[in-house]
Design a protein around this ligand. Structure first.
Ligand code: NBP
Length: 473
């Protein structure tokens, strides 16, 4: 018989996804621009399931049941467009193209609209979990028309990670919703990693602990509120020594790279006007780390900062609480961003469902996401994750420790932009009055931008260069 589904693009992600499909009993047609990769997949893994090798896209299309479902797993950007263009020439109305790559959601919107014209269904699916996830169960965030999910949803739910028996896959919303949510997922991942790195830096430089000792701390934290994949792998990385017996973390170049989804998240947040300070600080911290010449110039000019270790009995637990509170803020900001985009594009995204499908398969998988799901399930209109009872109590309990840690960091010269900005965000939201009032006054002074008053309705302007009386604008 014909194949149930197809994968084109058989680099790491595509071949692992195809194997995952085959292992779950789906007959899967496979294709790669360079056929050697397709043949290698069949040679090495053909025994794992029912594969059909296709030399050309036309062969691939011919090998499928109708309506056809073809997953594209090629490099994002131009290569994805090239494959979509070619497919749209040979597919028939009702067929479905699924882009499982890391596309920008705006590209997904454009592609969906273009394929709709041709009677084709287009699904932009965010797939998280790297190569391991693709093979053993990723978190899948499919967008596209609701109708498309009827066909591809059951397949995706079958191959996705499962937590408590629930698949880490749900229809996110129309057109670019899936890729948008995947993008924010990656942004949150940046923030979470940065906060963990700051915790390590404090325990190392203020606490005077060795990487092996800090590894133990993270292992302990992993059995509490902070239990997560990222905390778990942090402990693994920290305890690893290289062939010379040196802790690996001490010999890895301290310049962090990025592929761009964190930057996209911040760019989109700026457009939407959502303060995702945790993600922004994480992206900028990576940029700063990469400016090695500039770092050296400033170290030469000022001398390298000397941090004197001053451990105290409370440091480890204070850092744990600061990490937790900062993490709540970073996730609150990320979910705010999804909510704003959902309103903006009419996506109607269920925030609790997003937390649910991130519990397994993906990089930010964590116990914590159960609490987020409960929060949004109890009240889908939460003004902020921070006001949910559980998180309010958690942040309130952590607040004193959080402030102590920020003070320690600032006094000792260990940069903690994630902890500091998260606290500033929290304090900003809590302030009865913000100095934004003064900013409005300044704007009115130099640009007659007007201001509103707290005591009566309307817009006002002070005649700053005249007699400084107030006029209604
Ligand atoms: P790559 O992103 O490295 O892409 C390599 C694949 O793209 C190969 O199959 C290659 O074919 C194909 N390709 C290229 Br390049 N240009 C093409 C063109 N013009 N026409 C047709 N095919 C073309 O693969 P990957 O790392 O497996 O990632 C696949 C997708 O999944 C990407 O969008 C990526 O961002 C996303 N993703 C990756 C990860 C991860 O952990 N790596 C995680 C989540 C998502 P060839 O063999 O003929 O050169």
């Amino acid at each position: 018989g014909k194949a149930r589904i197809a994968v084109t693009g058989l680099a790491t992600m595509g071949s692992n996804l195809a194997r995952n499909l085959a292992r779950h009993g789906f007959k899967v047609a496979v294709h790669n621009r360079t056929p050697a990769k397709m043949k290698a997949l069949l040679d090495e893994h053909g025994h794992e399931g029912d594969f059909v090798g296709a030399e050309t896209l036309q062969d691939l299309v011919d090998s499928l049941q109708t309506p056809r479902q073809i997953i594209i797993m090629v490099k994002a950007g131009g290569p994805t467009d090239a494959v979509i263009d070619e497919l749209s020439e040979i597919l028939e109305p009702g067929d479905m193209v699924i882009d499982g790559g890391n596309a920008h959601y705006a590209d997904t919107r454009r592609r969906e609209a273009a394929l709709k014209e041709k009677g084709l269904l287009f699904v932009g699916a965010g797939i998280s979990g790297g190569e391991e996830g693709a093979l053993n169960g990723p978190s899948i965030m499919p967008g596209g028309p609701a109708e498309s999910y009827k066909h591809v949803g059951p397949v995706f739910e079958e191959i996705a990670a499962k937590v408590d028996g629930q698949p880490c896959c749900v229809h996110v919303g129309p057109d670019g919703a899936g890729h948008f949510v995947k993008m924010v997922h990656n942004g949150i991942e940046y923030a979470d990693m940065q906060l963990i790195a700051e915790a390590f830096d404090l325990l190392s430089r203020v606490g005077g602990q060795t990487p092996a000792e800090i590894s133990e701390v993270f292992t302990q934290w992993n059995s509490g509120d902070l239990e997560s994949y990222l905390v778990e792998i942090t402990a693994e990385v920290l305890k690893h020594v290289d062939a010379n017996g040196t802790p690996l973390v001490q010999v890895i170049e301290d310049a962090a790279e990025q592929k761009g989804t964190g930057r996209w998240t911040v760019q989109e947040a700026l457009e939407l006007g959502v303060p995702v300070t945790g993600i922004a600080e994480a992206v900028f911290a990576r940029s700063l780390s990469g400016h090695t010449d500039q770092r050296k110039a400033v170290r030469d000019a000022f001398g390298a900062s000397e941090v004197v270790a001053k451990p105290d009995a409370d440091l480890v637990d204070d850092v744990r609480q600061a990490l937790y509170a900062s993490k709540v803020v970073a996730y609150a900001q990320g979910f705010d961003m999804i909510r704003e985009a959902s309103k903006n594009y009419d996506w109607n995204i269920d925030l609790g469902a997003m937390a649910t499908i991130w519990r397994g398969g993906c990089i930010i998988r964590a116990q914590f996401l159960n609490r987020i799901r409960e929060a949004y399930d109890a009240n889908p209109d939460l003004a902020s994750l921070l006001v949910d009872n559980y998180f309010r109590d958690a942040v309130q309990n952590a607040e004193a420790a959080w402030r102590r840690v920020v003070v320690r960091a600032v006094e000792s010269g260990v940069p903690t932009p994630g902890f500091v900005s998260a606290l500033a965000y929290y304090d900003g939201l809590r302030s009865e009055r913000l100095p934004a009032a003064l900013v409005q006054g300044q704007r009115d002074f130099f640009g007659a931008h007007t201001y509103r008053r707290v005591d009566r309705p309307g817009s006002f302007h002070t005649l700053w260069s005249g007699d400084r009386s107030e006029v209604e604008a």
